[in-house]
Design a protein around this ligand. Structure first.
Ligand code: CA2
Length: 145
């Protein structure tokens, strides 16, 4: 059976492709889900994509991944810069964690330069648009061997 990868997304990413295309591009989160599912098949990985606007729900998604997922790809959105709760949940997860940002957070406001999640992540991708999710999936395949 193919190993399962959970792709977790934080607040406002449900608006992807619908607002601010100059920063986040024209593709929707549903496009990302479909693209990752197709690439996952090639790589021998199954993918499920989740999104929530609520911090506690993201913590619970990470708890669920402990039972169900061989790896986590996460774009915690604004919680990247604020959430010790998400970091703690990721620290309780045993598999590889890859952090994705659609925009180049280092080129933006200084409050986006610090990430709690980076302290846990095996790797970070930022500024590659939604292509960052597929790059992370390819890296995940390498990490899982
Ligand atoms: O670049 C990223 O992926 C971010 O994680 C996106 C977050 C932002 O707070 C982080 O600093 C960097 C914001 C997500 C908002 O997503 C939207 C998408 C389309 C339209 C409006 C918001």
């Amino acid at each position: 059976m193919a190993r399962m990868i959970h792709i977790l997304n934080g607040p406002n990413l449900n608006l992807l492709g619908k607002r601010e295309p100059e920063i986040y591009g024209a593709e929707t989160l549903e496009d990302v889900a479909q693209g990752c599912a197709a690439l996952g098949k090639e790589l021998g990985l199954e993918t499920e994509l989740f999104q929530s606007n609520h911090e506690g729900e993201i913590v619970e998604m990470i708890h669920r991944a402990r039972e169900e997922a061989a790896g986590i790809i996460i774009n915690p959105a604004a919680y990247t810069h604020t959430s010790v709760a998400i970091l703690d949940a990721l620290n309780a997860y045993e598999g590889p964690v890859l952090e994705v940002h659609i925009s180049n957070v280092h080129k933006r406001e200084s409050f986006r330069h610090h990430s709690y999640v980076s302290q846990r992540a095996e790797g970070v991708i930022a500024g590659f648009g939604v292509q960052g999710y597929s790059l992370a999936l390819r890296r995940m395949a390498v990490l899982l061997g």
